[in-house]
Design a protein around this ligand. Structure first.
Ligand code: URA
Length: 190
């Protein structure tokens, strides 16, 4: 059983590997953004996976610390969770310029690190936030057809695809939907 120190060391090694990865797509992003590592509990039940850091995250080098992060905190609180209980990360660890979507080659180059990161923290359940994270871990499915439903047997751990918290920032009617779907996190598959 890995100790917290083992996990922290494994994560540090992965972080170094990502920051020196020679993939052209990552080198391009690295030239203009800071590395934003995953953060949270080293014994989490849930890992939450977003797409890529935004401007606030790039400045503070912490995932989900801007407006989407405040919405995420509210959603976590609705199911009795705080940041210290969960692992929060992104598929791509550098902010794409001008808030554009992460490109397929950026997500592909980042995926091996994400998988090793999730293994290192040992989260029992994976929760994707938005279509980019879902597409990285479970390609070829539409978010609309699987969101709010546990997907078992596809990834190493059961996966719950959810909307990205940002949707509630630009469509306030989505807040209730997100709250409803977050509640399903508690009905974990056996
Ligand atoms: N959106 C994301 O997907 N990740 C962050 O860290 C912030 C906003």
């Amino acid at each position: 059983m890995a100790t917290n120190a083992d996990r922290a060391l494994a994560l540090r090694r992965l972080a170094v590997g990502y920051q020196v990865d020679r993939a052209a797509s990552l080198a391009r992003l690295r030239g203009q953004a800071h590395f934003v590592p995953g953060r949270g509990s080293l014994r989490p039940v849930y890992a939450f996976i977003g797409e890529a850091p935004g401007a606030a995250e790039d400045r503070q080098r912490r995932p989900f610390c801007g407006p989407s992060g405040r919405m995420l905190d509210e959603l976590l609180a609705s199911v009795g969770l705080e940041r210290k209980d969960v692992w929060v990360t992104n598929v791509v660890k550098y902010r794409p310029p001008n808030n554009r979507d992460p490109l397929p080659d950026e997500k592909a180059a980042s995926l091996p690190y994400l998988l090793k990161e999730l293994e290192a923290v040992g989260a029992q359940y994976w929760v994707t936030l938005g279509r980019h994270a879902l597409g990285a871990l479970h390609p070829g499915v539409r978010l609309a057809s699987v969101r709010g439903q546990w997907q078992a047997g596809i990834t190493a751990r059961p996966l719950m695809p959810l909307y990205h918290p940002a949707v509630a920032l630009y469509r306030s009617s989505m807040r209730a939907t997100l709250l409803q779907e977050f509640a399903k996190l508690k009905e974990v598959p056996s």
